[in-house]
Design a binder for this molecule. Structure first.
Ligand SMILES: O=c1ccn([C@@H]2O[C@H](COP(=O)(O)OP(=O)(O)O[C@H]3O[C@H](CS(=O)(=O)O)[C@@H](O)[C@H](O)[C@H]3O)[C@@H](O)[C@H]2O)c(=O)[nH]1
Length: 382
């Protein structure tokens, strides 16, 4: 198949492009360089050095013999989006090209409006581009489990059958997200579902949990193929951050009591889930949702897992800078990807230990000040 990976220079987009290429698909990556720009803005860099996109692509060709096409451009430029779709003519578009940090979206008004404008308008341009170019193109969109929040009922896979006053309907599962970033994905989901209904498009919304890990089968083949590794309080995800903190001898920063529970997934399963979705497209007119997680842990459990295998590691409880429940029901239905054949990598001590080694190698690159959270969800004085 021909697959266009949007955001193909990022933490997950790049390994996904390689995985799809390795599985024999003809892959192009599109990126506007925004993720590297956030590093400059925040004064941090990836823990693991990463090459320029063109150098990565050259390295992949040397290692695998497969070519990747590169498109430099922005989804906010609607004409560019349509022209790219018309030129490459993909069977599927995998959409990672969004601002993906909740803390970044909560920095201030400018970052909130930037996040929602960038994500929602970019996706809308993409929907128009697909509808105009070829409505048969399958959109595989990265959503987030955080769209649902933590309701006091089981979280179904995107849809819920509701009985009310003697009548019944199948509706989108109610959303109660916890940041302006998460809200941008909710708005996307509604826009995509409407486009499927109105224009007969086909789409899969992958509501993914918190990703951990670094290597995939492809990125591990040459250090020039490494994907980024974020450890800072704005872009780093929780388990990767705890591993960096442990190696540096810093306390693990559990926010609040640590009872907040999240679905998690290994980066190797992320790329495989996308492949499964691409190779098994939704039907025309279908808005299909998969909950993309393999296990659930509380933040306190994740901290304990790391502290138990790294000697002399301290756990500290910070006042939670976010607005989130830290005691709640959490049971997420996740059958769609398993039915397509996903065989998960469950979190193991060996993975955590291998990441200790990786972090030790690059520990000199860490900006320790960036480990502590600086974004408050609440308004000052509240
Ligand atoms: O040092 C830390 C960092 C995080 N947390 C807690 O860990 C949980 C997860 O935080 P995170 O920063 O790892 O993840 P999050 O902000 O939710 O966002 C990440 O995970 C989301 C999936 S989910 O969380 O919505 O399921 C994706 O959509 C985002 O792109 C990705 O950045 C939160 O309860 C947070 O309060 C801590 O206790 N200490």
């Amino acid at each position: 198949m021909k697959v266009l990976v949007l955001g193909g220079d990022g933490y997950l987009g790049w390994p996904t492009a390689l995985h799809l290429s390795d599985c024999g698909h003809e892959v192009a990556v599109l990126d506007n360089g925004a993720r590297r720009g956030y590093d400059d803005e925040l004064g941090v860099t990836s823990l693991v050095p990463i090459r320029r996109l063109d150098e990565r692509v050259t390295a992949w060709e040397e290692v695998s013999g497969a070519q990747l096409s590169i498109y430099h451009g922005d989804l906010l430029d609607a004409e560019y989006v349509s022209a790219t779709l018309a030129e490459f003519r993909p069977d599927a578009v995998v959409h990672f090209a969004e601002q993906r940090s909740a803390p970044y979206s909560m920095l201030d008004r400018d970052h909130a409006t930037y996040t929602q404008h960038n994500n929602v308008v970019g996706t809308l341009n993409l929907l128009y581009g697909i509808a105009e170019t070829d409505p048969d193109i399958h959109l595989v969109k990265l959503g987030t489990l955080g769209e649902y929040g933590t309701p006091n009922i089981d979280i179904e896979e995107g849809w819920l059958t509701v009985e009310h006053n003697g009548r019944s309907d199948r509706v989108l599962f109610p959303k109660r997200p916890g940041s302006f970033y998460h809200l941008s994905k909710v708005h996307d989901s509604h826009n995509i579902e409407f486009a499927c209904r109105a224009w007969d498009l086909r789409a899969t919304d992958l509501n993914q949990g918190v990703v951990y890990g670094h290597h995939t089968a492809q990125t591990g083949r040459d250090e020039r193929l490494a994907t980024r590794f974020d450890y800072d309080a704005v872009f780093g995800t929780v388990l990767n951050r705890f591993i960096v903190q442990a190696v540096l001898g810093e306390p693990l920063t559990v926010y609040g009591s640590g009872g907040q529970t999240r679905g998690v997934i290994d980066i190797r399963d992320t790329v495989e889930c996308v492949r499964l979705a691409v190779e098994n497209p939704a039907e025309r007119g279908e808005f299909r949702v998969f909950n993309q997680l393999t296990e659930s842990f509380s933040v306190g459990e994740l901290a304990k897992l790391v502290a138990d295998i790294h000697p002399c590691t301290e756990i500290t409880h910070l006042d939670n800078p976010r607005v989130e429940a830290d005691q709640h029901h959490y049971n997420v239905v996740s059958t769609g990807l398993a039915e397509l054949g996903l065989r998960p990598h469950l979190l193991a001590d060996t993975l955590i230990t291998s990441m200790f080694e990786l972090v030790e190698r690059h520990a000199g690159r860490v900006n320790r000040a960036a480990l502590l959270p600086a974004t408050q969800w609440r308004l000052p004085g509240r």
